[in-house]
Design a protein around this ligand. Structure first.
Ligand code: NAD
Length: 291
C-alpha cells in the first residue's frame, strides 16, 4: 500500500478542484446509491427540500428519500448545474419521483423564502427540510482567517438554516421533520477549520434549541454529524496531498461514502424516529463522541 508520510493514499487520481467542486469530475466518483437502502414507502407522499442536494451527502439523501416514495427539491449553486441535472435525472429515471431544481445562494434570506415558496407552489406541501449546504476554507492559523471568510462561512453554514426554517415553518405540519448537517469537528474541534468547526458547534446548539421550541408543534428537529466523507467539498477545499489521503486517519482508515451517511437522514425523516428530537447521529467511521 502506498503511503504519504504515515498516511495511506486512498485517492491517488483526484486532482484539486475549483470551489464548490463537481461530483461528476471526481475520481473515483462518490457512491450515492446502493442496495443497502432498499426501496419502500417510509416517506410515501411526502415532499422534502434538501439544500446542497446536487452532490455529496445531499445527493445521496435525495436518492434515499426518493427510494422511499418522497418527492424532492434540491438547492444548488448555479455553477453546479451539471451535478444537479444528473441528480434529477437519476432519481426520476430510477425511482420515478419528481425532483425540482432550485439554483441559488441559500446564504441570502430572500433566496430561501423564494425557494420554499416554489416548493410549496410546485408540490403543494412541504414535510421534510434538510439544511445541508455548507462549506469550509481550511487555514493553518486564525491569523489567516479574514473577516470576509468568517462572515461567509457563518452566513452559509448557520444563517441559512435560520432563513430556511423561518421560511418553511408556516408550511410544516405536525409530523414534519427538520434535519441539519453538523460535523464531527463540532465535537473534537479542528486546528485547520476554526471557523467551520465553530459554525458546526452552532448547528448542534441550534438543533437542540429549535427542537425544544417546536416540540409542542410536533415538529422534530435533529442533526447528523458526519466524519470524513468523500465529496466535492473535499476535492475543492483541501490541499492536494490531503485529498489523496483523506479519511485515512479515521478509525476505519477510510472516508465514508455519501450513501453511508444518507441512511441517518432517512431514519430521522421517517416515522421510525417518531420519539427522537434534539439529537445528533454520528456516522463517522468509529470516532467516539462525547457531548
Ligand atoms: P458537497 O460539496 O457535495 O455539498 C455542499 C453543497 O453545498 C453543494 O451541493 C453546494 O451546492 C452547496 N453550497 C455551497 N455553497 C452554497 C451556497 N452559497 N448556496 C447554496 N448552496 C451552496 O459536500 P458535502 O461534503 O456533501 O457537504 C454537505 C454538508 O456536509 C456540508 O454542510 C458539510 O459541511 C457537511 N460535512 C461534510 C463532511 C465531509 O467530509 N464531506 C464532513 C462533515 C460534514
Amino acid at each position: 500500500m502506498k503511503k504519504n508520510g504515515s498516511k495511506r493514499i486512498i485517492h491517488p487520481k483526484q486532482k484539486k478542484q475549483v470551489k464548490p467542486g463537481q461530483e461528476h469530475n471526481m475520481v473515483p466518483e462518490p457512491v450515492f446509491d446502493n442496495g443497502f437502502i432498499e426501496r419502500g414507502s417510509q416517506l410515501k407522499g411526502k415532499v422534502a427540500l434538501i439544500s446542497g442536494g446536487d452532490s455529496g451527502i445531499g445527493k445521496a439523501t435525495a436518492v434515499a428519500f426518493t427510494k422511499q416514495g418522497c418527492d424532492v427539491a434540491i438547492t444548488y449553486l448555479p455553477g453546479e448545474k451539471t451535478d444537479a441535472l444528473q441528480t434529477q435525472a437519476y432519481v426520476e429515471e430510477h425511482y420515478g419521483k419528481r425532483c425540482l431544481l432550485l439554483p441559488g445562494d441559500v446564504a441570502k434570506e430572500n433566496t430561501c423564502v423564494k425557494m420554499v415558496e416554489r416548493v410549496v407552489k410546485h408540490f403543494g406541501r412541504l414535510d421534510i427540510l434538510v439544511n445541508n449546504a455548507g462549506t469550509h476554507y481550511p487555514k493553518d492559523s486564525i491569523a489567516e482567517i479574514s473577516s470576509r471568510q468568517l462572515v461567509k462561512t457563518f452566513e452559509l453554514n448557520v444563517f441559512s438554516m435560520f432563513y430556511m426554517v423561518k421560511a418553511a415553518l408556516p408550511y410544516l405540519k405536525a409530523g414534519a421533520s427538520i434535519i441539519n448537517t453538523a460535523s464531527v469537528t463540532a465535537y473534537r474541534g479542528s486546528a485547520h477549520l476554526l471557523d467551520y468547526s465553530a459554525t458546526k458547534g452552532a448547528v448542534v446548539s441550534f438543533t437542540r434549541s429549535l427542537a425544544a421550541s417546536l416540540v409542542e408543534k410536533k415538529i422534530r428537529v435533529n442533526a447528523v454529524a458526519p466524519g470524513p466523507v468523500w465529496t466535492p467539498l473535499i476535492a475543492s477545499s483541501m490541499k492536494p496531498e490531503q485529498i489523496k489521503t483523506f479519511g485515512s486517519d479515521s478509525p476505519m482508515k477510510r472516508p465514508g461514502q455519501p450513501v453511508e451517511i444518507a441512511g441517518c437522514y432517512l431514519f430521522l425523516a421517517s416515522e421510525a424516529a417518531s420519539f427522537i428530537t434534539g439529537q445528533v447521529l454520528h456516522p463517522n467511521g468509529g470516532e467516539i463522541i462525547n457531548g
